[in-house]
Ligand binder design. Sequence first.
Ligand code: ADP
Length: 401
Amino acid sequence: MATPLHPRTGLPVVAMVGGGQLSRMTHQAAIALGQSLRVLATDPAESAALVAADVVLGDHRDLAALRTVADGATVLTFDHEHVPTEHLRALEDDGHRVAPGPAALVHAQDKLVLRRALTEAGEPQPAWAEVRTGADVARFAATAGWPVVLKTPRGGYDGKGVFVVPDEEFAAELLAAHGTLLAEQRVEMVRELSAQVARSPFGQVSVWPVVETVQRDGVCNEVYAPAPGLSEEKATAAQELAVRIADRLGVVGMLAVELFETADGVLVNELAMRPHNSGHWTIEGARTSQFEQHLRAVLDYPLGSTAMTAPVVVMANVLGGAASAEDWTGPALDERVHHLLAHWPDVKLHWYGKGQRRGRKLGHVTALGDDLAEVRARAVAAARYLADGVVDPAFAFADEH
Ligand code: ADP
C-alpha cells in the first residue's frame, strides 16, 4: 500500500489512539510540522478532542473504530498502552503502519512480559516472580523479604494496580481477586529517574538528559532536568541502557524507561512507549520536544536536537486540589490563571482543558533557570497556586492587586 499523505497539504497524517493530554500536546507539535493530528477519542470533551479538527469518536478496544481512524492515515500511534495486541496485529495485516508495533508495545502493556524480556537481556531490574497463590508469594518473600510489591501485569497506571503486601494472608486475598500477579522485591531506592529515548524505523536514536521524577502516592508531581547530582558516568549508563532496550525491542517512537536509583546503580521499573509525563519539560526545556520527536520518529523523519535550552528545567504537575471541590470559594480558575501569568511571567503554563477533579492531572507548568532550588520553588509555587489557590509566602503577591 502506498504511504497515504494528506490530499491537500501533501504531508503525512498521524493518527493517535487516545484523546488525553499527551495527544493534545502531540497535536500542538504536529501543527508546526504542517500536519494536524487525527485523534481517536471516546468523548468529544476529551483533552485532544477539544482542539483537533479530525476526531473519530470510538473505543480503543473496538477494531472497527481503530480501522476507521487508521484508514487514510500514514501511521497509527498511541497516547496510552491499552489497545489489545490482536487488534494491532489485525491493523498491520490490513496494511496499516502501527508505531510502535505490537511486538514492541506488549513490553509496555504487560509487566510480566517486560520482566521476562529484561531477564533474558541481562538488564538490571528488581528481583521478581510470577505468582498465583499466597504460598508462591511466601516462597518469593523467603529470599526477597517482606513486604513484597504485588502488581497487576496489565492495565495499571499512576500506582493503581500496585500493592505493598505485608504478609501471605493479604497476598492470598489479592491473588483470589486478581489471578496471576507480578511479585517484586521492595526496592530501597534513593530516588526515581527517567531516561527517554526516541527511535525511528531507520534506527536513528536520540536521548535527552536523564531526569529525576518525584512521585507522590504513585503519581508524578515534579520532574527535574537534568537529574540533580547524577554523575556523568551514571547518566551515560542510564542513557545507554535506554538505547539498548529501544534497539532490542524494536521500539519506534518515544520510549521512557522508568528507573529506580539505588545505592548500587539503577534498576528498570517499567516502560512507556509514547510521550510521557517525565518529558513534558522538553516543550520549553529542549530544542526538540518529546511530542515533536515522537512524530518525527513514527514518520521515519530525521530526529531533532535534544540539547537543553537552560541549565536547569523543572516541570510541576497541576493536580486537581482544593479548587476542584464543589464548595470552593476562592478565586475562579480564570482569575488564578491571570494571577499566575502576572506573577511568574516566565513560567510556562499548559492547561489540558479537562473537567476538574481532585487528584486528576489538569495541567503542568515549566520553569527554566540556573539554580535548582530557585527554579523548583517557582514551578512548585505556581502549580500549587493553580491547584489550591495557595500563595506561597516566598511569592506573596505584590501590592498591584
Ligand atoms: P504504574 O504502572 O501504576 O505507574 P509502577 O510499577 O510504576 O506502577 O509503580 C508505581 C510506583 O510505586 C513507582 O513509581 C514507585 O514509586 C512504587 N514502586 C513500584 N514498584 C516498586 C518496587 N519494586 N519497590 C519499591 N517501590 C515500588
